[in-house]
Ligand binder design. Structure first.
Ligand code: ASP
Length: 472
C-alpha cells in the first residue's frame, strides 16, 4: 500500500473547512437554524460531507481503490454511530451507486453467459464444466449448513433469549413477519419453482429481472450458437462479446464511486440500527457471524488445494467484491464486480467466469445456507421444539434447495428460510425473532455467497487447465 501525502494546501483547507461545516451542521438540531428550511440544511451538510470525503480519498492521499472502499466502510460506520438517524439522509448516494451497477446486471449476465457458453465450444466441455460447477456448489452448500448445524447444536443460541426479549421481538416484528409470510405463500412449490426457470416469454424475464430465466435462455442460445454454422454464429457472438466488454468497462467506472456509495450505505444502516435488538439477540448473532467467519477461512485452502493459487492471491483478489457485497447485501448487484475481480485479479478466463459466476450469484449461496441452518435451529430452540437427527438432515436438504432457489437479492435468505421452517414443522412466524438483525447478517452472508462463487470459478478454471494465476 503506497499511501503518499501530496503536500498541497488547497485540499487540506477544503477538507478542514468542509469537515467543520458538516460536523457542526449534523450536531445541531435542525430547528435551531430556523428560518432556514430543514431541506436546505440537509442538502448543505450532505454536500460538505461528500466534499470532505472527495478531498480525503482523491486529493489528500493516493490510495488503492480497495483501501478507499474499506475506509469508506469504516468512516460510514463511525458517521452512523455519531450522527445516528440524521445520517440516514445520505442513503440516496448509496442507492445511486447500487443502481449504477444494477443497471448493467441484465445485459452483463445475458451477454456473458451467451458468449461464455458459445465459446466453450463443444457441448462436451460445456456439459463437463456445468456438472463440475453444480457439484462444487452443492457440496460446498451442504458443508456450510453442517458448520451452521454444528455450531447451533454446540452453543444453543436459542436458549440465550429471555422470555421477555422474545415477547418484545414478536410484538415488534410480528406484523412485518406476517407480511413477508403472506408474500411468499403459494410460491414455494418446488415443482413450480423449477418450471418457472423456463421462460414463456424471455422479454418478461428480462423486464422483470428473473435471473434464472435469463440464465436458462442465454445458456440455451449459447449452445445453439455453438451448434449452427460458424459463419452465422460469429457475428452474433461478436456482438454480445462487445456488449460484455462494454458492461465490464462500466464496472471500472462505477467502482470509482464505490467508496462514497459504501460510506452512504453503511452510514444509513448503522444510523438506523437499534442497538438493543442486537444485544437481545447477541448470542444468536455472534454464533452466526462466527460460523460465517469459519466458513470464510475454508475458501483459501480449498482453492489452493484444487488450483495451487496462494491464499494471499485469492484473498487479495476477492476483497473488492467482498466489500461491495457486504455493503449492498446483494450477490446479483455485486456480480459485475465479482466477474471483473475473477478475470482480472485471479486469472479466470472470461468464458468460464461468464458461465460459473452468473449461475453462482443466484444458485450458490453458502453464507445463506449456513445462516438458514443456524436460524432454523435457533427458532426451534426458542419455541422449545426438539429436533431429531432426521429433522436436522431435513434442514440440510431443504436449506440447500432454499438457498439455491433464493434470488441473489437483499433479504432473500430470510424469505426462503420460511420454506425450511415449514418443511420441518417449526412455526414460520419465528422469523419475526430474526428481523431485527436481518440486515447485518444479510451483509455477512452475501459476502460469503460471492466468495463461494469466486472460489468455484478459480477451482473450475484450474481443473480445465485454464487458470492464469497472476504473478504479483
Ligand atoms: N442477500 C443475499 C445475496 O444476495 C441472499 C440472502 O438474503 O441470503 O446473496
Amino acid at each position: 500500500m503506497e499511501n503518499r501525502i501530496h503536500l498541497s494546501w488547497q485540499p487540506i483547507v477544503l477538507f478542514t473547512i468542509s469537515t467543520i461545516v458538516f460536523v457542526t451542521l449534523y450536531l445541531m438540531p435542525l430547528q435551531s437554524l430556523a428560518p432556514v428550511p430543514p431541506a436546505v440544511i440537509q442538502l448543505t451538510r450532505v454536500f460538505f460531507l461528500i466534499l470532505a470525503l472527495i478531498m480525503l480519498f482523491e486529493k489528500l492521499f493516493s490510495m488503492e481503490i480497495y483501501t478507499k472502499i474499506l475506509l469508506g466502510l469504516l468512516l460510514g460506520g463511525i458517521a452512523g454511530l455519531l450522527f445516528q438517524a440524521n445520517i440516514v439522509e445520505i442513503k440516496p448516494v448509496g442507492t445511486a451507486f447500487i443502481r449504477l451497477i444494477r443497471m448493467i446486471i441484465i445485459p452483463l449476465v445475458f451477454a456473458s453467459l451467451l458468449v461464455g457458453t458459445a465459446s466453450l465450444g463443444d457441448p462436451k466441455k460445456m456439459g463437463r464444466i456445468g456438472l463440475k460447477t453444480f457439484l462444487y456448489y452443492l457440496v460446498y452448500t451442504a458443508f456450510a449448513i453442517f458448520i451452521g448445524l454444528i455450531l447451533a447444536n454446540l452453543f444453543h443460541p436459542g436458549s440465550g433469549l429471555s422470555k421477555q426479549a422474545q415477547g418484545q421481538l414478536l410484538q415488534n416484528f410480528g406484523g412485518e413477519a406476517q407480511a413477508k409470510l403472506s408474500g411468499i405463500s403459494g410460491k414455494s412449490g418446488t415443482l413450480n419453482l423449477l418450471l418457472n426457470i423456463i421462460p414463456i416469454n424471455i422479454f418478461e424475464g428480462l423486464t422483470n429481472s428473473i435471473l434464472l430465466q435469463i440464465i436458462f435462455f442465454a445458456i440455451f442460445t449459447g449452445i445453439a450458437l455453438a451448434l449452427i454454422p460458424a459463419e452465422k454464429a460469429r457475428p452474433v457472438i461478436a456482438f454480445f462479446d462487445g456488449i460484455n466488454e462494454a458492461m465490464i468497462r462500466i464496472v471500472h467506472i462505477a467502482i470509482k464511486m464505490a467508496p462514497y456509495g459504501v460510506f452512504a450505505l453503511i452510514a444509513a444502516v448503522v444510523g438506523s440500527f437499534g442497538m438493543e435488538i442486537l444485544l437481545s439477540l447477541f448470542k444468536y448473532t455472534l454464533i452466526t457471524i462466527v460460523g460465517m467467519i469459519i466458513l470464510n477461512f475454508t475458501y483459501p485452502p480449498v482453492v489452493q488445494f484444487f488450483s495451487g493459487m496462494k491464499p494471499k492471491t485469492f484473498i487479495k483478489g476477492i476483497r473488492e467484491p467482498q466489500l461491495i457485497a457486504f455493503s449492498t447485501s446483494s450477490s446479483s448487484a455485486t456480480l459485475p464486480v465479482t466477474i471483473e475481480a475473477c478475470t482480472e485479479k485471479l486469472g479466470v478466463p472470461l468464458d468460464i467466469a461468464g458461465f460459473v459466476l452468473p449461475i453462482g450469484a443466484t444458485v450458490n449461496m453458502n453464507g445463506t445456507a449456513l445462516y438458514q441452518g443456524i436460524s432454523a435451529i435457533f427458532i426451534a430452540q426458542v419455541y422449545g421444539i426438539p429436533l431429531s437427527i432426521g429433522d436436522q438432515l431435513m434442514i440440510v436438504l431443504t436449506a440447500t434447495l432454499a438457498s439455491i432457489g433464493a434470488p441473489g437479492a437483499p433479504m432473500a435468505g430470510i424469505m426462503m428460510l420460511v420454506v425450511v421452517l415449514e418443511q420441518v414443522g417449526i412455526p414460520s412466524e419465528g422469523i419475526a425473532l430474526l428481523l431485527g438483525v436481518e440486515r447485518i447478517l444479510d451483509m455477512f452472508r452475501t459476502t460469503l455467497n460471492i466468495t463461494g462463487d469466486a472460489s468455484a470459478a478459480v477451482v473450475i478454471a484450474a481443473s480445465e487447465g485454464e487458470l492464469n494465476i497472476p504473478k504479483t
